[in-house]
Design a protein around this ligand. Sequence first.
Ligand code: HSE
Length: 300
Amino acid sequence: MVRVRVPASTANFGPGFDSLGLALSLYATLCFWEDEDGLKIEGCDDAYKTDDNLAVVAYKKVLARLGVPFRGLGVRIESDIPVSRGLGSSAAMIVAGLLAGNAAHGAKLSKSTLFALATEIEGHPDNVAAALFGGFTASMVQNGFPNMARYEIDPSLRFLALIPDFEVSTHDARAALPAVVPLRDAVFNVTRIGVLLKALEYGDDPLISAALDDRLHQPYRARLIHDYEKVRALALDAGCTAFYISGSGSACMCVYRGESFPARMEKLIAALPHNWRPLPLTIDYEGAALLETQVCKAGF
Ligand code: HSE
């Protein structure tokens, strides 16, 4: 039996589309046990109690890599990460399955191999990097393999996730993007990333406000998020340092300081439809963690 804990993550982070990711203080804890009775999944909607469950897909992927036959699996999920809201719930499931499968069979795969397997399943590295390694990560894929670098981020920065009651599927949100973007928009993002990384390291609020912007995905995805413009205007009026779509949405993220911002925001968004819920979060520096392991017996 293996128990793992994986943090939520916020990806894209303004100009860092498909690259920047930050692990957050919101967690999924999953328990895995190998069970000859087949597949048993507890703690999620029935729609996810299938072979397609990402934690199962990931667990099986590790077994296949290790050449261990799959004979059945039990998974119990306890997750505070809302599903399909842009807070890395899929990445958390993938990373949990990989870490658990590896731990159950002698921990033979390195963390960078798990990162590569996770990126293969998820299709992009930003959420899985943050979920696996913790902290603030920049990642890229070269010749099919992901690389990542960890960046410093001012630990006193706070994050307020604004989470509506509707989902946005990453598949739909990626389909909303154009195949080609104007050079000026690519330049807009590229020029901001370097500045943003330094500004986040030093906690330079005016520079964070200026650099945390995007033209590669937000303009195309804003229409998938009801009241996006209203929520953005309320957050900026209420004094947040910066505002962006978390991952592919539907949650939006406010970077802020000071104790009073979440309460102010809660009052302001209460008047909107779709039950927007403010959730204050801090940075998770640990990443995915094994809480308990009993190595499986030979052959099972
Ligand atoms: N970078 C990804 C995207 C994150 O924006 O599509 C969502 O999983």
